[in-house]
Design a protein around this ligand. Structure first.
Ligand code: ADP
Ligand code: MG
Length: 671
């Protein structure tokens, strides 16, 4: 069987169904077989209608008299039917499932499962799912449930997969490390369950298959990188020591260790491919500065890519001062840069040593003479293509070294799989003298005003305040206060303070002005959207208020909060929640902990990797079956891959596997 053929080649799938399936990402025969049930319904041991008790029930019976009507005041179709068995009858009710009217044949028996509960004074079976008796009796009482896509419902998937029942035998083997036939057998058992145990075993195989692919892809990325050649940049002991000595602070042990790992990488003739992970405020920029200086000393140009103009500008302000005194020529390239052409000519001529910029760096006409090091700040903000573009800007055959930095730590469990073959440096300590940030959840309406004395106290002590709002303008459909109207309101409360706003739709030059004034202490309260989320560093700000905190993800809140607690004064972060709901687990975890590594593990558990790495991997790294917590299976896959790689012929022989791997490689690469 050719698994790459269109789903249309399967029995019962016409052009219309195929169209719907394709939209849902089920394009090929292979996609179709791998469209696994999301769950199973257990129809074993049904009760009789007479014996039903309120709650979830399973019964077996025939349906008579199913009819639909529109509910009067709502856009709702209500379908009602009567289910009978030998002991009695019960009314069944479905909402917006008009197809139920024609689903049941009067002479056929079905299994039903649903909730037996009171509706308008009468006990009914609510929204029961139904399966033909034959099907259940074939399958030991378990019925698969598929995710519905448009008109193609779970029952349609069951029918279609049943049509192709005989074709499972043709599914070829996929991995050399498991017994022959294991794949087709596992897929069959998942779609045609025999018992809970057999489903569990089958899914375990499929999870293994998935992990095998991911880990193999990561390993191959590694070996491909190791085949490239790069400029060797020797370590300049004296110059680096002098630079470090002149700093206004001493480096943390973690900063020293990371810098040392980077220097060693850059001395090699294979390109560095290193991820620098450090919690917010751990001082990643300083490590990047040292790497950049080192590269420039070795005669190479350096590019630093930042996700926002605010951040690029801030890096430029700091680094051009810090490195400028040693003769490094630093330039800023953002969308707002004037005389871009002139700057680009200078970059191309090699007159600029170190370019800091935003996406503007990626345009085709930005060319380098001798690009030897690429640094990507907040790397999870960029897609694969963008990172790739920058790396290709080296005109020679030599590949630049790559240092990617992130404050969104990769949980250990992911480290073992996807990122297992990446070189990682970790800043696992904050600079000395940092005070912990006190975080508090407050129900907004009652307490916003109670914060005012605290704000006054903070500003009187010479410190500054961030106030974060979700929206830029007021919006009638949302109760959330916008940046603009919050600014007006705060100005009335604190007429004596300078209060300004910042948001992503302002012109770059306007943003720069506000940011600079805030950094210089000319603004006391900065009301802002999440444009300040990443990287912004104003150590004198010690209080942050986040309105509608429940609207943000955990990683994002942690990043936002990281804008305070950057100096030596105790900082505070207030999470205002609207409505009467209990604070979510997210917010409670954030209140409890300011350890980004711990929070990343929590986030992985709460949301799954697909969402965390959403930006990083464009949502594609969403495991269907395996979990990153499955260390035993991960270990087995890793061991088997070692064996697999020992035989180079495997790469040629397992074509289907290798074409998957190509795709996964794209997703899990840094460069
Ligand atoms: P992040 O890791 O979040 O990017 P930054 O690089 O912005 O953190 O650093 C946060 C702040 O800490 C900056 O003001 C920086 O100058 C300062 N800093 C960096 N390293 C040290 C150090 N070893 N001791 C004291 N302050 C430091
Ligand atoms: Mg940073």
């Amino acid at each position: 069987m050719n698994l790459e053929e269109s789903v249309e080649s399967l029995k019962g799938i016409g052009p219309k169904t195929a169209e719907i399936l394709k939209k849902a990402g089920i394009k090929t025969v292979r996609d179709f077989f791998y469209n696994l049930p999301k769950d199973y319904e257990n129809f074993s041991a049904p009760t009789t209608i007479a014996a039903m008790e309120p709650g979830k029930v399973v019964i077996k019976g025939r349906v008579t008299a199913a009819v639909s009507h529109r509910a009067r005041f709502r856009k709702l179709t209500v379908t009602e039917g009567v289910i009978r068995d030998d002991t009695g009858f019960v009314k069944a009710v479905w909402f917006n499932q008009a197809y139920r009217v024609n689903q049941f044949k009067p002479d056929k028996e079905y299994y039903f499962t649903g909730s037996f509960e009171l509706r308008n004074g009468r006990y009914c079976l609510m929204s029961p799912s139904a399966v033909e008796v034959d099907e259940i009796e074939r399958s030991s009482g378990l019925a698969p449930i598929y995710v519905a896509h448009g008109k193609v419902k779970s029952t349609d998937f069951k029918r279609l997969i049943n049509n192709s029942r005989d074709r499972f035998a043709e599914i070829p083997d996929f991995l050399p490390t498991v017994p022959a036939g294991k794949r087709r057998e596992s897929l069959f058992k998942v779609h045609f369950p025999e018992s809970t145990k057999s489903v569990t075993e089958a899914r375990e195989y499929l999870a293994y298959e998935e992990l095998f692919e991911l880990i193999l892809a990561a390993k191959l990325n590694r070996s491909e990188n190791d085949k490239l050649e790069s400029l060797q940049l020797p370590y300049h002991n004296d110059k680096i020591n002098q630079f470090v000595k002149e700093l206004p602070f001493t480096l943390t042990a973690a900063q020293k260790k990371s810098a040392w790992e980077i220097f060693q990488d850059m001395e090699k003739s294979t390109p560095m491919n290193r991820l620098l992970q450090g919690d917010v405020g751990s001082g990643k920029t300083m490590v990047a500065a040292m790497a950049a200086y080192e590269a420039v000393l070795g005669g190479a140009q350096v590019a630093l890519l930042a996700p926002t103009a605010i951040l690029a500008t801030q890096h430029f302000e700091k680094l051009s001062k810090q490195l400028g005194i040693y003769g490094v020529k630093v330039a800023l390239l953002t969308g707002a840069t004037k005389q871009k052409d002139k700057l680009k000519t200078a970059i191309k001529a090699g007159e600029i040593n170190f370019v800091i910029g935003t996406h503007a760096l990626l345009t085709d006409d930005t060319e380098f003479k001798n690009l030897g090091l690429v640094i990507i700040d907040e790397q999870h903000r960029f897609g694969v293509e963008q990172r790739h573009k920058l790396l290709l800007k080296s005109p020679s055959e030599l590949a630049p070294h790559l240092l990617a930095m992130t404050a969104t730590p990769i949980p250990r469990s992911l480290q073992l799989t996807v990122f297992g073959d990446l070189d990682v440096s970790i800043l696992n300590e904050l600079p000395k003298g940092r005070q912990p940030i006190t975080t508090k959840i407050l129900a907004e309406t009652s307490t916003r005003e109670s914060l005012y004395p605290k704000i006054r106290e903070t500003i009187t002590a010479g410190q500054q305040v961030y106030w974060i709002c979700k929206a830029i303008d007021d919006n009638p459909s949302s109760e959330a206060t916008s940046v603009k109207s919050r600014t007006e309101k705060l100005k009335k409360v604190f007429p004596e303070y300078k209060i300004e706003f910042l948001h992503g739709r302002m012109k770059p030059a306007e943003k720069d002005v506000v940011m600079e004034r805030f950094a210089n202490g000319k603004i006391q309260i900065l009301v802002s959207t999440t444009v300040v989320e990443v990287g912004v560093d104003v150590p004198n700000s010690t209080l942050m208020v986040i309105e509608n905190a429940e609207n943000y993800g955990l990683a994002q809140l942690h990043q936002l909060r990281g804008r305070v607690g950057r100096g030596s004064v105790a900082s505070f972060c207030y999470l205002l929640t609207s409505g009467d709901n209990q604070p979510s687990r997210r917010l409670r975890e954030l209140e409890k902990s300011s350890d980004g590594f711990y929070l990343a593990e929590v986030d992985l558990k709460l949301r799954g990797p697909g969402e965390i790495y959403g930006a990083l991997q464009h949502g594609a790294l969403d495991l269907r079956i395996a979990t990153f917590g499955d260390t035993k299976l991960i270990k087995k896959a890793r061991d088997d891959i070692e064996v697999f790689l020992k035989n180079p012929e495997n790469m040629l022989k397992y074509k289907e596997l290798m074409s998957d791997i190509k795709r996964y490689q794209q997703l899990t690469t840094l460069n």
